[in-house]
Design a protein around this ligand. Structure first.
Ligand SMILES: Cc1cc2nc3c(=O)[nH]c(=O)nc-3n(C[C@H](O)[C@H](O)[C@H](O)COP(=O)(O)O)c2cc1C
Length: 173
């Protein structure tokens, strides 16, 4: 299965990056083809609400930014993993902008999703999980799991092993 991971962190070598790398290792060991898109380091504007995409644009967004490179990856992925640091009880701004830009093509091809969150404190996930579940309901997509990690020492062997196992557990059908 083709898995696209959207990493919302701008911190190369940070917590989210380490967790998604471990997920990738596990998923690749199970035969999946995995790509990580470092959305947190990209220039992605929020949606303008101009509706060009739903008129003349025929599903294409008018904005010329890094989202244009992501649209083809999103349209060919069979599974999308949304991974983000928690920023003020929400996705990172870059990732939130990326998600709003899914408006242009509409229904994505991926019917499987997973959510990976990294935060400073425990118990800060309600808003993000609620948004994630609403998006999946809207897409008629399957949730393959939600993993959350908090605190100072998130890149420990236990967490990375858990993420490898999580990646390895992804199933095609
Ligand atoms: C701008 C900003 C906002 C944050 N907001 C929260 C928050 O609301 N709740 C929380 O528990 N941690 C918050 N944190 C801490 C990060 O979520 C946490 O350090 C996370 O592990 C960072 O992941 P990263 O290394 O992938 O960037 C925030 C950090 C930053 C920089």
């Amino acid at each position: 299965m083709k898995i696209l991971i959207l990493n919302g962190s701008a911190r190369r070598g940070g917590n989210t990056s380490a967790l998604v790398e471990a997920f990738r290792e596990g998923a690749e060991s199970a035969g999946h083809v995995v790509e990580i898109a470092n959305v947190g380091c990209m220039k992605i504007n929020g949606c303008l609400g101009c509706e060009y995409c739903h008129g003349k644009g025929e599903g294409k967004c008018i904005q010329a930014d890094d989202m244009q490179g992501l649209y083809p990856k999103l349209s060919s992925a069979e599974m999308v993993v949304i991974a983000s640091p928690v920023h003020y009880w929400s996705f990172s701004g870059q990732l939130q902008s990326c998600i709003t830009r899914w408006y242009a093509p509409g229904q994505p091809s991926a019917k499987k999703y997973a959510l990976i969150l990294s935060s400073g404190s425990e118990g800060v996930y309600d808003a993000i999980i609620s948004q994630y579940k609403s998006i999946l309901e809207y897409f008629g997509a399957e949730d393959c799991g939600i993993k959350t990690f908090a605190g100072e020492d998130q890149k420990n062997a236990t967490n990375l092993d858990a993420m490898r196992a999580f990646g390895k557990s992804m199933r095609n059908a």
